[in-house]
Ligand binder design. Structure first.
Ligand code: PLP
Length: 839
């Protein structure tokens, strides 16, 4: 052990603090894990350290929950099927303000903190942007002092691990709990029953009013696991509560009577499958029965918990909306609405109008997509079979709602059909978005353009009926994780010149603008970026065996693989560059390293083929000696929060090239700009607002805008016209179609070219191609002037104030939730252990 640092520490109080950390760490290693320094693995060290950090969090957590109990503020429940948390250790240390103390303590024991951070498995309980947004919101709610909770499912298997084998995606189960999760605490006492199947029996109560009993159900228990979520520079530590499915204690006696013990145990195991695995589809609903049961499982356990907590201090349920706001992250948890109605009607015996007023005043709904195929619709027969009482309630909501529509818009049957909660096709379905809109007092989009599209097209009828219900909340990201932790070099440089106020108030970054013209600052900025690129280059060499040129332009597109995000358009540009170099091998070209990363849904054929194409193009380009290091194509396997944290700081160029009108907001775009990358993008989602903040001269905009996309679609778009008119484009597509990148199987990539030329090119890659290539030429030209590039990168970072999730959360709190921040004072003397502690 190296005690030098400790011995050199001049301040006795600091020495005490270090000793306490070391003591706590060693005690956890010995008593919690049963290891000593001879038997401990690196992962044991990580776990012991994490427990020592958790202890510090738990103190503030109990204070926070006790204060919520005592002061009874209005609380916010953020309900989400996904929480893409990533790693927790470093972020917790930063938020608690203990990073440097713990670094020194671990150093004195001979451990490198950064290496220990790399021991941690990601908590990958989400697919992409939607799940990551929920994670950023938890950080911001705690930082802003909002009494908030995240509610979700504790999947045993999170998003799959992606391996690349012979260029193709292979999915590996993510058994993230195998080596324990030191951050969670199981709450065996919080065990709620969740009912499925059965039937509804109607009877009359003593007063002759109808009563509905849901009977003969199959029950599953929901058990809570709590994870503390600390704010930055505050005592607030909020709770993320994730539910896991447990079988009920009672065995099915019928099986025992038959002497079939094993069959009885098997049945218990099947019920626990509900929380087994996250569905890996992003922006496409999975119409499977198990997914439907997961959604109800979350809704039922959460609503029960919310009402239980409310009723500990209140009798009158009509006050619920004054003490509770529930935010639905997309329609996935929308079953909370009929579930709350069921409890209020059937259990608490309120009349319909009272129950409905409580419900609609409590719920708010966030829409995340306008892709029509991504709107959730569940077959009516699922409800009849699995949730028979809920479909009765949904019909009643629909009858009353459609009566209102008829009154407002007499004779408009088209409107009635469009607005109905039930889609009347050969298979009748419940439209979950319609349910969420009707059952909420607020409906929000996640970027200005997205909200306008909701109002003008997707939900136009609803906007006409409830104009005051619609509002925008542009997404944001937490700068603690995405700048302070992920990019310590740039964070320190920024703090050097403007102080560290930006960590809590991102608009402080505006002051960086004054330094964009300072040559010394620009030189330091470039140096930081270069070091980040060297670090990523080492990672690429280790993982892809490709040597990349650190002086090349790092051109990055990292996000889920989806046709609307147009990774394929990027590939068309790469092949165009390749052809240009091959046609003029002695020419001057700005060297580029094109980096892709992202997962495809396992059943999404074209998306998986795009991954194969990227790797196939990489094989050709990277091994062509005539190309050298002027062009490299790299696909980094297993995109995740922790990989994202390595990529963003090293990026020069951020690819945000979705077809205008398809990307609701994007948040990757914000992470890139914050980390000093310039954006090449369409006028889509939050790109538009990024442009407004950084200035039109500091971003590369190309392609059609949303109105032009719609106009062209209306007029009739024929991609073959574009193919015929552009020789470079034609050559690129012909090369793919003819097997230039698949010598062993010439037809391998035919389906990709078919989607463009023979299936209508729905996302209009060919229409935007020429404009994209021209914008990329501008990018290359600017990159020749490294100081000018850096100046614009600094201005991009300086313009990111708006995109802190702190701003987003402040807007939700003020305009939707009507909750106030609350300061938590530490309870220093003693803590009450008399059972009133908030749970
Ligand atoms: C930010 C983030 C996303 C969302 O990226 P978009 O480019 O907005 O689609 C997805 N996955 C991870 C791991 C992220 O960190």
């Amino acid at each position: 052990m190296h005690d030098d640092a400790l011995l050199n520490s001049p301040d006795p109080a600091e020495l005490d603090a270090l000793m306490l950390i070391i003591k706590s760490f060693l005690e956890h290693l010995e008593y919690t894990l049963g290891k000593d320094k001879y038997s401990a693995t690196r992962h044991d060290i990580f776990n012991a350290l994490s427990y020592a950090v958790r202890d510090r969090m738990v103190e503030r957590w109990l204070d926070t929950q006790q204060a919520y109990y005592n002061e009874d503020p209005k609380r916010v429940y953020y309900v989400s099927m996904e929480f893409l948390m990533g790693r927790t250790l470093e972020n917790s240390l930063v938020n608690l303000g203990l990073l440097e103390q713990f670094r020194e303590a671990m150093n004195s024991l001979g451990y490198d903190l950064d290496q220990l951070f790399d021991q941690e498995q990601d908590a990958g309980l989400g697919n992409g942007g939607l799940g990551r947004l929920a994670a950023c919101f938890l950080d911001s709610m705690a930082t802003k002092g909002i009494p908030g909770y995240g509610y979700g499912i504790r999947y045993e298997y999170g998003i799959f691990r992606q391996n690349i084998v012979d260029g193709s995606q292979v999915e590996i189960p993510d058994n993230w709990l195998r080596y324990r999760n030191p951050w969670e605490l199981d709450r065996q006492e919080h065990l709620h029953p969740v009912k499925f199947y059965g039937r509804v029996v109607e009877r009359k109560d003593a007063g002759g009013k109808p009563v509905f009993d849901w009977v003969d159900t199959e029950d599953v228990m929901a058990m809570a696991y709590d994870t503390p979520t600390p704010g930055y520079g505050t005592n607030t530590v909020n709770t993320m509560r994730l539910w896991t499915a447990k079988s009920t204690r009672e065995f099915d006696l019928a099986f025992f009577n038959e002497g079939n013990y094993i069959r009885a145990v098997e049945k218990k195991m099947v019920t626990e499958n509900i929380s087994k695995v996250l569905y890996p589809a992003d922006n496409v609903p999975e119409g499977k029965e198990l997914r439907f049961k997961q959604e109800y499982f979350l809704a039922c356990a959460t609503v029960y918990d919310v009402i239980y907590r409310f009723r500990k201090t209140h009798d009158d349920l009509r006050l619920l909306p004054t003490k509770v706001a529930i935010q639905l992250n997309d329609t996935h948890p929308a079953l909370c609405i009929p579930e709350m109605m069921r409890l209020l009607l059937d259990h608490y015996r309120l009349d319909w109008d009272t129950a409905w007023e409580i419900t609609t005043k409590t719920f708010a709904y966030t829409n995340h997509t306008i892709l029509p195929e991504a709107l959730e619709k569940w077959p009516v027969w699922f409800f009849e079979h699995i949730l028979p009482r809920h479909i009765q309630i949904i019909y009643e909501i629909n009858d009353r709602f459609l009566a209102e529509v008829r009154k407002r818009f007499p004779g408009d049957t088209g409107k009635l059909q469009r607005m109905s909660l039930i889609e009347e096709h050969w298979e009748r379905k419940v439209r979950m978005a319609n349910l969420a809109i009707v059952g909420s007092h607020s409906v929000n989009g996640v970027a200005a353009l997205h909200t306008e599209i909701l109002k003008e097209s997707v939900f136009r009828d609803f906007y006409e009926m409830f104009p005051g219900r619609f509002n925008n909340k542009t997404n944001g990201i937490t700068q603690r994780r995405w700048l302070k932790c992920a990019n310590p070099g740039q964070a320190a440089l920024i703090t050097d010149v403007i102080g560290d106020g930006w960590v809590k108030e991102l608009y402080e970054l505006t002051r960086l603008g004054d330094h964009a013209a300072d040559p010394a600052f620009v030189a330091q900025w470039r140096q930081v970026k270069r070091e980040n690129k060297e670090r990523l280059a080492r990672y690429i060499l280790d993982h892809n065996c490709v040597q990349v040129n650190v002086d090349s332009l790092f051109d990055c597109q990292v996000k889920r693989i989806h046709e609307y995000k147009r990774q394929l358009l990027n590939v068309l540009h790469v092949i165009t560059l390749y052809n240009r170099i091959k046609a003029n091998p002695a020419g001057d070209f700005v060297p580029r390293t094109v980096i892709f990363s992202g997962k495809a849904a396992p059943a999404y054929f074209i998306a998986k083929l795009v991954i194969r194409l990227i790797n196939a193009v990489g094989d050709v380009v990277n091994n062509d000696p005539e190309i050298g290091d002027r062009l490299k194509v790299v696909f980094l396997a297993n995109y995740s929060v922790s990989l994202a944290e390595r990529i963003f700081p090293a990026a020069d160029l951020s690819e945000q090239i979705s077809t205008a009108g398809t990307e609701a907001s994007g948040t990757g775009n914000m992470k890139f700009a914050l980390n000093g990358a310039l954006t090449i993008g369409t006028l889509d989602g939050a790109n538009i607002e990024i442009m407004e903040e950084v200035g039109r001269d500091n971003i590369f905009i190309f392609g059609m805008n949303a109105a032009e996309v719609e106009e062209l679609r209306r007029k009739g778009y024929n991609p073959r016209d574009w193919y015929g008119r552009n020789a470079e484009l034609k050559k690129v597509l012909d090369m793919i179609a003819e097997g230039r990148f698949s010598p062993d199987n010439h037809d391998l990539f035919r389906p990709i070219v078919d989607t463009l030329l023979n299936q209508g090119d729905y996302y209009m890659l060919l229409a935007d191609y020429a404009s994209y290539i021209a914008a990329q030429e501008e990018v290359a030209r600017l990159y020749l002037d490294q100081d000018e590039w850096a100046r614009k990168a600094i201005l991009n970072c300086a313009g990111m104030g708006k995109f802190s999730s702190d701003r987003t959360i402040a807007e939700y709190a003020r305009e939707i939730w009507e909750v106030e921040p609350m300061e938590i004072r530490p309870v220093l003397e003693f803590r009450q252990h008399d059972g009133v502690t908030e749970s």
